[in-house]
Write a protein that binds this ligand. Structure first.
Ligand SMILES: *[C@@H]1O[C@H](CO)[C@@H](O)[C@H](O)[C@H]1NC(C)=O
Ligand SMILES: *[C@@H]1O[C@H](CO)[C@@H](O)[C@H](O)[C@H]1NC(C)=O
Ligand SMILES: *[C@@H]1O[C@H](CO)[C@@H](O)[C@H](O)[C@H]1NC(C)=O
Ligand SMILES: *[C@@H]1O[C@H](CO)[C@@H](O)[C@H](O)[C@H]1NC(C)=O
Length: 197
């Protein structure tokens, strides 16, 4: 990213950038997702990654990791417990083929009552070179962060926000005179003219 970190993490080709103020109380002026991508990027996108979710809908997420670093990613969801339906390792380097057959198997199990008491969690390990399928019922409106809990990965973009419901309809209004804040860049350690930083 522009602030000098030499590595980015991407989810669906988007590297999340945290918004300058809390969306819950101050809204959000710019965000992106697969249906709404900034136009002029070539390798990946950097923006606030927001997925809009209808209140009371069932959200299904399949995460998979195709990096070769061998790191397991502890994905954590705020605001919900989710159900873990399936997890495992890819059996070959054919990502598309793996995803296709895993989803077909998953759908088959759903249709045939193949899942008995999937465990409820708020964090799950995404295996390196593997996948996890989870679901939650979006009955808690708000702006909920879903992110890898390795702090470095949070900073370089391995996060997204589920925006559940409609703020005006589903949430109480922001109290009058509620404090407002914006991006804060601390003063440099040495008291130099910012021009030289
Ligand atoms: C991400 O970008 C790659 C390369 O441009 C493309 O092949 C792939 O379909 C994209 N994936 C998603 C989820 O958009
Ligand atoms: C492309 O994106 C960069 C980075 O966000 C921005 O500075 C630039 O103005 C954009 N260019 C066009 C033609 O939209
Ligand atoms: C996936 O691979 C890892 C590392 O080889 C192994 O420990 C784990 O048991 C495998 N998981 C499944 C579900 O087979
Ligand atoms: C995937 O595995 C096959 C068979 O082992 C190999 O021939 C091929 O080069 C591999 N492809 C990539 C992209 O690693």
């Amino acid at each position: 990213p522009g602030d000098g970190v030499g590595l980015v993490s991407i989810i669906n080709n988007i590297s999340n950038v945290f918004p300058p103020s809390p969306p819950l109380s101050q809204g959000i002026s710019e965000f992106c997702n697969g249906d709404n991508l900034p136009r002029n990027c070539s390798t990946h996108y950097e923006c606030t990654h927001v997925l809009e979710v209808k209140r009371h809908s069932v959200v299904e997420v399949m995460l998979y990791d195709i990096s070769v670093l061998g790191l397991y990613h502890p994905f954590h969801l705020h605001g919900y417990d989710f159900y873990v339906f399936d997890m495992g390792n890819f059996t070959s380097n054919d990502t598309e083929g793996n995803v296709k057959s895993i989803l077909a198997n998953h759908e088959n199990k759903l249709r045939n009552g193949g899942y008995k008491n999937p465990p409820g969690k708020d964090t799950v390990l995404l295996p390196s070179g593997g996948y996890v399928i989870l679901r939650f019922k979006a009955d808690n409106p708000g702006w909920w962060l879903f992110h890898c809990h390795i702090v470095f990965h949070m900073i370089v973009g391995m996060d997204l926000i589920f925006h559940v419901g409609n703020d005006y309809v589903d949430l109480p209004p922001v109290p009058p005179f509620f404090p407002r804040c914006y991006n804060f860049k601390p003063k440099p350690f040495f008291n130099m003219d910012p021009f030289f930083i």
